[in-house]
Design a protein around this ligand. Structure first.
Ligand code: MD3
Ligand code: FE
Length: 219
């Protein structure tokens, strides 16, 4: 069994190389590790102003993943659909500003993947507890689909699922560990993707949690 076999997920990452995983999509293993403490502290500060919440999707179900946002725009969902909003609907105030450590990391990752001058104005923060998952979906609520999405994983590892441009395309499984960064641009920007139910575990920095940050140009 290879060290990266998704059935063999361990708390700590094996050695991996930077890898193009699809057209315009790149894995930067451990790219965010050195900033992890600062990023986790900044997540706490964002969540103090805009608490994590379980949004309702149009079907009426609550997401198992809890979310919050920072930046000029925040992604939300309710009975009526999905959209970006300049203010937190729970309190009516603007979302917290995007911390500099977030923006700098997202821009460095984009540049390292060949996307210069990435200027994200939205950062969606997902928080997973064991059992939480994200079904296969496309990210198409952004007005500008030419900008990449930069994703940062922290804490417990997860199995990321990604398929093609059709829901029925073959789904690949990719383990993501603490500090891993993915950059999705070009044709891969609208690929179907999701996350398997999180396995239980105890990470030294996050306990039984996984965080994922996605940096987007919303409008
Ligand atoms: C591929 N988040 O927030 S990150 C999401 O781990 C989301 O929480 C997952 O899907 C998570 O929308 C996956 C990797 C990712 C993020 C956005 C993408 C992959 C993507 C957009 C287009 C294609
Ligand atoms: Fe997504």
């Amino acid at each position: 069994m290879r060290a990266t076999d998704p059935r063999q997920i361990s708390l700590f990452e094996p050695d991996r190389q930077e890898e193009t995983i699809g057209p315009g999509a790149k894995l930067l293993p451990e790219f965010a590790q050195a900033q992890a403490d600062d990023i986790l502290a900044a997540i706490e500060a964002v969540a103090a102003a805009a608490p994590f919440r379980h949004l309702t999707v149009p079907s009426g179900h609550a997401m198992s993943v809890a979310i919050t946002n920072c930046g000029a725009a925040g992604w939300i969902s309710d009975r009526h659909g999905y959209r970006y909003e300049p203010a937190d609907p729970d309190c009516g105030l603007a979302w917290p500003a995007m911390p500099r450590v977030f923006r700098d990391l997202a821009q460095r990752a984009a540049t390292a993947s060949g996307y210069n001058a990435f200027d994200p104005n939205a950062c969606l923060i997902n928080r997973y507890v064991p059992g939480a998952r994200m079904g296969l979906h496309q990210d198409k609520d952004e007005a500008i689909l030419t900008a990449p999405i930069v994703s940062v994983s922290l804490g417990l590892p997860a199995i990321f699922l990604w398929g093609g441009l059709a829901r029925t395309d073959k789904v690949h499984r990719l383990p993501l560990w603490h500090g891993d960064v993915l950059v999705w641009g070009g044709p891969s920007r609208i690929a179907y993707h999701g996350v398997d139910p999180l396995k239980d575990g105890d990470h030294p920095l996050t306990g039984a949690l996984r965080y994922n940050l996605t940096f987007r140009r919303a409008f």
